[in-house]
Design a protein around this ligand. Structure first.
Ligand SMILES: *Cc1c(COP(=O)(O)O)cnc(C)c1O
Length: 421
């Protein structure tokens, strides 16, 4: 709160497409997709129409003992897209993590292996900040104050390519970290319920990318040691990584649990979902209530949010301006990468990287308070950008035209010069 003295809140009155419009009438390009949730710009007519139509039909009904068409259709469509045919809904990403952790441990209990109740994650992993989710999150700043409340879980070496050893390439780094996972599971599999990770990109850790080989090996190791694999695609799902889901870049990689949120409703309404397998579903199919998955949220499967999500899936099916979304994104990404060349080549920038529709640049030896300085300089340039520590990143909506791309690349470079001055 005290920081607001130097960094006053940005009051936003309206938004259209990728633009936020301040109460003072100034326009800001939403280059972080309002914390990674927005896909198709603000106020997309198809998503808006779906929500409005649903509001006229059924605003909400509880999902205990009741059902409704939007939640059934959404579950079926997500099942068809992922091969995971069972869905459990909540309202935010952290709750999805909680559900996956609880469901995994309860699965093993129902299987007569109650001692399998520990979790393992990766160094720098981020899975949300409720107490259970924070237990598997490895960001010291977020954990410190709450450490006594958390259940310790192991954080294994992250395959983040920036942490490769001298002489090691991304593939070798992935293999070394997978060997560490193997050693851990060898020793601890009897007590380990699940491995949770963010496939291909650890966003909150400062956009650490890793080679898909790690995911391929982790999937195989989890199968070998009878440990669930939870893929947290809350940030990287829905095309952000270049494929609809990041884990789909590894052929045959099917997680036991897939957590989705953020882009699920295109950044309009809070909704999350955990998708899982027939095997997990089967373990809870029982007459005894104690063997059922006892977890409920008041707004679970809210019809308005489900309709927004269905509209998002429609857009992936129909494309934008007649071009399939992922194909259109490849062209947009190539253009922004070209326009951002001067940032990538800047003498203070290292590890310029891009995957799908995200870009990141590490700033060497930045002045104190760089992140806040940059944020304010970017505001002056008409950009909403918030570096994570020393990492400047772009995670824009998918609907940037040439002018918006040039505005982003040009403004981000000028803001960098000012923040470093
Ligand atoms: C944002 C995020 C979460 C938490 O989602 P919330 O809706 O903010 O609770 C969990 N995992 C990842 C990878 C995220 O990026």
């Amino acid at each position: 709160m005290k920081r607001l003295e130097d960094e006053p809140l940005l009051a936003i009155a309206r938004a259209e497409g990728p633009w936020l419009i301040g109460t003072d009438g100034r326009r800001y390009l939403d280059a972080v997709s309002s914390w990674w949730v927005n896909l198709f710009g603000h106020g997309h007519p198809h998503i808006k129409a779906a929500i409005a139509d649903q509001l006229d039909t059924l605003d909400h009904v509880m999902l205990a003992g009741c059902t409704h068409e939007p939640v059934v259709r959404l579950s079926e469509r997500l099942g068809a897209l992922t091969g995971l045919g069972h869905a459990f809904y909540a309202s935010d990403g952290a709750s999805a993590t909680e559900i996956a952790l609880k469901m995994s441990a309860h699965f093993w209990r129902n299987a007569g292996r109650a001692e399998k109740c520990e979790f393992v994650g990766l160094a720098g992993g981020y899975h949300g900040e409720t107490v259970g989710a924070l237990s598997v999150t490895d960001i010291p700043l977020f954990r410190e104050a709450y450490a006594p409340l958390l259940r310790l879980s192991a954080a294994l070496p992250s395959p983040d390519t920036r942490q490769a050893l001298p002489g090691e390439d991304a593939l070798a780094c992935a293999r070394r970290c997978a060997a560490a996972l193997e050693a851990y599971l060898e020793a601890h599999h009897a007590r380990t319920a699940a491995l949770i990770l963010e496939p291909l990109v650890q966003c909150a850790a400062g956009f650490g990318l890793h080679d898909p080989e790690y995911l391929r090996l982790a999937r195989a190791l989890c199968r070998r040691f009878e440990v669930h694999l939870i893929c947290d695609e809350i940030a990287v799902g829905f095309g952000r990584s270049g494929t609809l889901f990041a884990h789909q870049q590894v052929s045959g990689c099917l997680p036991d649990f897939l957590c989705l949120s953020k882009g699920l409703t295109g950044g309009t309404l809070p909704l999350s979902v955990v998708l899982t397998t027939d095997a997990v579903y089967g373990a809870f199919y029982d007459d005894r209530a104690s063997r059922g998955f006892l977890h409920s949220h008041s707004y679970t499967g809210n019809p308005l949010a489900c309709r927004a999500a269905l509209a998002v899936l429609d857009l992936f099916e129909t494309g934008l301006d007649g071009v399939p979304v992922l194909e259109r994104n490849r062209a947009t990404a190539a253009r922004l990468t070209a326009l951002a060349e001067p940032i990538a080549r800047h003498p203070r920038v290292s590890d310029a990287r891009q995957l799908g529709m995200l870009w990141a640049f590490d700033i060497g030896d930045p002045p104190p308070g760089f992140s806040a300085r940059y944020h304010l300089a970017a505001r002056d340039e008409g950009l909403l950008l918030r570096p994570i520590g020393n990492t400047l990143y772009f995670m824009p909506p998918y609907v940037l035209d040439e002018a918006a791309l040039a505005h982003l690349a040009g403004g981000a470079l000028r803001a960098l010069e000012r923040a470093l001055a």
